[in-house]
Ligand binder design. Sequence first.
Ligand code: SF4
Ligand code: SF4
Length: 475
Amino acid sequence: MRLQNIENFIVKFRSNIKYIQIFMFVGFLCLTIMPLYSTTPLFNDTIFTSSILLSQFLFWGVWYGLCLFSVIPFGRLWCGVLCPLGAVSQWAGKLGPGLKMPKWMRWDGWLLIMFFGVTILGQTLDVRDDPIGLSKLFLYIFILAIIIGLLFGKKGSRPWCRYFCPIGKILGIVSRLGAIDFRPHKIRMNGGLSKPLYIEGRLCPTDYNLPYKVSSNNCIACGACIHGKKKSGLGLYTRKIGTENFNITKHDASWSEVLFILFSPGLCAGGFLWLILHQYQVFHDQLGTWFLERNDLWFFHTASSWISSQTWNQHFNWLDILTIILYMLSYSIIVGLALSALMAISSLLLRSKIHDFKKVFISLVYQFNPVAILSIVIGLCGKFFEVMHHDFSMSNKIASAIKLLLLLASMLWTLQLSWKKINSITKKSTPKACMSFISILICTCLILYMWWPAIFNLSYMSVVEQIRKHIIVPG
Ligand code: SF4
Ligand code: SF4
């Protein structure tokens, strides 16, 4: 259904978006700078008495989750209207030379590399708990976004959002599941891809060749393509939730998104579990002993403060940094390979002359989208429930029940989409179809197993280690 009233509102309102973005930018600066001048919170401090706790709660407890969940009903409204980072990068473009972006920079894989890099750096800087780490991470991201915008931005384009923003990568994948879509009034089939799907330097800030737009992953919902007239421009339409994701092979599926769905849940789990699992301590100590035996004492020196947390009662050394990186990457690779193998088995069972292996594999991986995305947020949800428990007396049992329900709901959604996809490929419930479904069921159970300790706040660490990692703060 076309949402013409909202289109008219967008046309009237869009010249004012910059005021919202300025407001958001100022709010963002306050939230990152104020905590730097606050004292370390004590155990009885709350989000109402400590700007550090307030900033942590708003960034990791509220913003990240809300931002992701809002994409399903509203599209990437965060990007188009609220995000200060994208806005600053776009403004920078108005001052720069507007260079043509080299081909290697337009590589689809940068978004993936940026997501992995920022997620790992977020851990070594301890952005969840260390206000200085949080400021450093955002400072690096802002500087990069401004440089990219300054050099390559032209006519209001957003090369940073299109090719590099790690948050945009996740939002883009979620928007495949979303209920709204900016699309041409008449869908033009791009016969044999003779027309490019993206063209630089036109109306769309993320370079969509608008008459041939078939996907929503790179659409930042800025509304620039809406003219408000009946036939020209693009229109804002509702669609059944999950439609684009379900029919992904017609909507410009991307290899980097496939890798993201398979390998990011493990990375995010590793980024949370190193804080609470004893296996991390064992790994850390074994690696440390190995270096000691070889007299490699350099690893025990304090790490560079550019990439590590050095505040409060925590001073990371190079061994900490190396162990965190290896631990997170190992989780990503082990879980990613296990998911890939199970998906491959599932696809082999379904392939036919009409549906080749590659097509089936891509389609099935995308149906895993809901549970993959939820497993990215669930670790960070911990901050929300931590505050709810400490400041608002929410019981830990209720917090665990909510987290479990969220994860189960995403698993059910994935299973429902997968079952439908399998049936659309095989046309009937054959034994092969059932076996293929079981393989995907195992994938979802693997995610549940991986997140179990986080959902139920299981922790095997000593009190000293918990203090060091800010899980508990000494009074
Ligand atoms: S893509 Fe990233 S920088 Fe751009 S608007 Fe979205 S969140 Fe902000
Ligand atoms: S298609 Fe382009 S111009 Fe239209 S809303 Fe999306 S990002 Fe903006």
